[in-house]
Design a protein around this ligand. Structure first.
Ligand code: ADP
Length: 537
């Protein structure tokens, strides 16, 4: 067979050639904008030309601090296709972490949304390598800023060459993108994505049993474009000629419902918190969600009760998936096998709430205390992955050795696997509760609590215990109408028939909200501190 390189150059080219009339619907500060792929492709070339004029060369890193919108999408293609490296930066990190990663990646140019300028200004003098800032504003004039030199995105594009030629000699193993994990401890760790990795991962997103994204889809990534490349949906969507809906800055559940209804979104993707918010909105309003054929959910465990509500109450198919920054991210997806469709609804729900089976193209092993675990749904071990879209190291970081050895990525996730090969994430190694030498899964307890009609959100953490080493402690946010009515006793009684006695949390703390990380996951570290204070009161 021929050895043609798997590079991203073919993606936008294909959209331009075969789907010039298809649209990108983009929400920015000034409202909804519609562009055809013909326009987006031309603007992408203009952006690449502008970056070349600003001195960007092969291998240079160009950072973005931006929401999900068309300009960010243009950067997604212009930068890798000119053989530079697209570095998406998480705008919810602290200024210290943002300065760290910009310096660590050695970004030369930064593309930034106007509302994020104040955050970037806080990093100002710390930035060692940045030579230019490009502001992606809708306004005709640049906003006031202490950063310098600054350029106006649209003005640069107007002056640029629309016939810019992307280089044709890109090596498929060249870096195309990079992303830092949203570290909960220590400095963020960088992962480099190659052209080859992105192309192969995009194919996996298109598989019928994977994401199943196709030309017919109207795909709305709610997951931020600064979080593992919006799970790769912008790459796959453009390549396949899907319509993209980019929901822009500061969206609310109401706005998401509006976009789904008016743009007839067929597939959308985000973390469980987003979907809990949407469900709340659906309960209060009357929305038509009939266009949706899939809600992709990952990043943390999707509570069973939520999957049930989406599927049974609203008739919206739900796809639970698993991945991490180091895995591009798609690694597991919960699609039932044909013969499993015959199971009863509860059994199916149980399977669907697992993270699912391995995506074709990857390899997996699960290593417990005594080697690889049995496929019995019970034994627990660490999930290890390898494959063409799994990172092989952290970028210039000695912590590489913690996670990458023997040719495998050691994910730090503790899992079990059943007879059918369905993987269930039991916990992150550091969040497991170790009670009397046995493991308790915080995730299982959270899911069970969230299945109670009064519970909006629940997180379970370990508290140190003299006799048992650690014990589980639950934090619960009640739904508005149940506040002051539902008691701890009721919730504990609800759990008792479902778990062994020693799994039942020692206590429950009612909170107004669960602290979350920059990407919407429960911030267990802060919660543990909060609970500690409560226990010692
Ligand atoms: P970070 O590591 O900074 O939190 P990632 O977004 O890469 O950022 O998070 C990856 C982690 O998220 C995984 O290692 C796993 O613990 C968790 N995760 C991802 N998807 C799921 C899921 N469907 N169910 C449970 N946990 C998940």
């Amino acid at each position: 067979m021929m050895q043609t390189p798997l590079t991203m150059t073919q993606m936008m080219k294909r959209a331009e050639l075969y789907f010039p009339k298809k649209q990108v619907i983009s929400r920015t500060a000034s409202g909804i904008h519609r562009f055809t792929y013909k326009q987006i492709a031309e603007r992408t070339k203009r952006l690449a030309d502008s970056l070349t004029k600003l001195g960007i060369e092969k291998g240079d890193k160009v950072g973005t601090l931006a929401w999900n919108h068309h300009r960010h999408l243009e950067a997604y293609f212009a930068i890798p296709c000119m053989n530079a490296v697209l570095h998406t930066i998480n705008i919810r990190l602290s200024p210290q972490h943002i300065s760290y990663i910009i310096n660590h990646a050695e970004d030369k140019v930064l593309l930034v949304d106007p509302d994020i300028l104040p955050l970037l200004e806080k990093c100002g003098s710390e930035l060692k390598t940045v030579k230019a800032f490009i502001v992606m504003t809708d306004d005709n004039e640049l906003p006031e800023t202490t950063l310098s030199p600054v350029y106006h995105y649209e003005k640069l594009l107007t002056e640029a060459n629309p016939n810019y030629h992307f280089p044709e000699n890109i090596n498929e193993n060249d870096p195309a993108g990079m992303c830092y994990t949203s570290a909960t401890t220590g400095n963020p760790k960088g992962v480099i994505y190659t052209h080859r990795g992105i192309v192969l991962h995009s194919l996996a997103l298109g598989l019928a049993d994977g994401g199943g994204i196709s030309e017919r889809d109207i795909a709305m990534p709610v997951v931020p474009m600064f979080h593992v490349n919006a799970w790769g949906i912008p790459f796959a969507g453009v390549w396949f000629g899907s319509t993209l809906v980019l929901p822009g800055p500061y969206f609310t559940p109401k706005l998401l419902a509006e976009l789904i209804e008016t743009e007839k979104v067929t597939i959308t993707a985000g973390v469980p918190t987003i979907w809990l918010g949407l469900l709340k909105e659906l309960e209060s309003g009357s929305w038509d969600m009939g266009s949706l054929r899939a809600v992709l959910c990952g990043g943390s465990a999707a509570p069973k009760g939520m999957i049930k509500t989406f599927e049974q109450k609203y008739n919206i198919p739900f796809k639970h998936a698993y991945g991490m920054t180091e895995t591009s991210p798609l690694a597991l997806i919960s699609t039932l096998k044909s013969y499993q469709e015959e199971l009863d609804p509860e059994e199916k729900l149980e399977l669907r709430s697992k993270q699912g089976t391995l995506v074709p193209g990857l390899e997996m092993k699960i290593v417990g205390k005594d080697g690889e675990v049995a496929w019995d749904g019970k034994e627990m071990g660490e999930l290890c992955l390898r494959g063409p879209w799994i990172a092989s190291k952290y970028y210039k970081d000695e912590r590489t050795l913690d996670a990458f050895h023997d040719g495998w990525l050691h994910t730090g996730d503790v899992v079990s696997i059943d007879e059918e090969g369905f993987v269930k994430i039991v916990d992150r190694t550091k969040d497991l509760i170790k009670s009397g030498g046995e493991w308790i899964s915080s995730v299982d307890l959270e899911n069970a609590l969230m299945a109670h009609e009064a519970v909006f959100e629940a997180a379970v953490v370990a508290v140190p215990h003299d006799q048992w080493q650690e014990r589980p402690f639950a934090c619960v946010v009640l739904k508005e109408t149940f506040k002051g009515k539902t008691t701890k006793g009721e919730l504990l009684d609800f759990l008792k028939p479902q778990f062994a006695k020693w799994w039942i949390p020692d206590d429950i703390l009612f909170l107004e909200e669960i602290p979350k990380t920059s990407v919407g996951k429960f911030l267990k570290r802060t919660l543990r501190e909060q609970v500690q204070k409560e226990v010692h009161k």
